[in-house]
Design a protein around this ligand. Structure first.
Ligand code: SIN
Length: 316
């Protein structure tokens, strides 16, 4: 395994890349304690290069996870649809587990997701300012199964031919919570949520990353309903082409969780795939996520996203 030292100042951090494009393991730091400036710089630089970074064997509770996140930006509430599901005293914590999803959305939600095939996504892209980063911490993990896969959407953009890049650079797409899974018709809690509190925005299909200036493919299977500049049929073909490129194995990394593992990713440069391979087993999987306040996406032509429904998602 190659070891890369990206440090600028005094830090013991080691950045160990895990695939050719995406993901690096960060060693040599206890993230339950305040980070030095050099540690933060090293972690930010690794995120810019690898889009998602992983830590092992960390000892974080909810408060320490929030404190870690707050060193990289403002922490959002758990989720626009969290309601009263966050753990008492921690409105920033979004728990990821089958039981938490059933409580939040109703039990049909996960089944419908399963039927729809792989749902690559970045977190809550229907918002006008989707969270910039997510920090996910494992508390209970199954002995096997339940891995999360991440991909690098700057690499996906670079891998397209120049003509296709030029074509998609000017397009915009609608992202809507629940639309790709027809939750608007659901009789369950998720149906009430998306009907009473719809979340939708028009985002550029190609987003310019505000820190690295890289162009990234900014559509995803979970939230992107259609490309608004094309006919529905044209939109379907173009989205399918992009979704196929997003799923190319060479851009991805697969992360096997252990209790105490933490993943920290940039939602503006990566998509992830939540696992569906453990729910038929009699094993628990409980993780906790916090997200950072994001910026409003901007396309290569300088145009910002537009909100169709929902509020700016500010700090908790
Ligand atoms: C998420 O989509 O943020 C959760 C990913 C996971 O369950 O691994």
């Amino acid at each position: 395994m190659t070891t890369t030292d990206v440090t600028a100042g005094a830090t013991d951090i080691e950045v160990i890349p895990l695939s050719g494009w995406t993901g690096a393991l960060i060693e040599g730091v206890d993230i339950s304690r305040p980070l030095s400036g050099a540690d933060k710089d090293a972690i930010r630089a690794a995120l810019h290069r690898w889009k998602v970074v992983f830590f092992r064997g960390q000892h974080l509770d909810h408060a320490a996870q929030i404190a870690f996140a707050a060193q990289f930006g403002e922490v959002t509430p758990a989720h626009p649809y969290e309601g009263d599901c966050a753990p008492p005293g921690f409105p920033q914590i979004h728990t990821v587990s089958p039981a938490a999803y059933d409580r939040r959305y109703g039990s049909g939600y996960r089944h419908r997701e399963g039927w729809n095939g792989p749902n690559w996504h970045a977190d809550v892209t229907p918002l006008i300012n989707p969270p910039s980063h997510s920090i996910l911490r494992a508390e209970v993990v199954p002995p096997y199964g339940g891995d999360t896969v991440f991909t690098n959407v700057a690499a996906v953009y670079q891998g397209l031919s120049p003509s296709v890049r030029g074509f998609i650079d000017g397009l915009r797409a609608e992202h809507r919570f629940g639309a790709t899974l027809s939750y608007e018709r659901s009789a369950e809690k998720i149906g009430d949520l998306v009907r009473s509190k719809p979340l939708a925005s028009i985002h550029p299909v190609v987003r310019v990353h505000p820190e690295t200036q890289e162009r990234v493919v900014y559509v995803n299977q979970f939230f992107t309903r259609e490309i608004v500049d094309l006919s529905p049929r044209e939109s379907r073909y173009v989205l399918d082409l992009l979704f196929e490129q997003i799923a190319r194995p060479e851009y991805s990394v697969r992360f096997k969780w252990e209790p105490g593992s933490v993943a920290f990713w940039d939602n503006r440069a990566t998509l992830h795939l939540a696992p569906r391979d453990f729910e038929h087993l009699d094993h628990e999987r409980v993780l906790h996520r916090v997200t950072l306040v994001g910026d409003v996406p901007v396309g290569p032509d300088g145009r910002e996203s537009e909100s169709l429904a929902g509020e700016f998602f500010g700090a908790a």
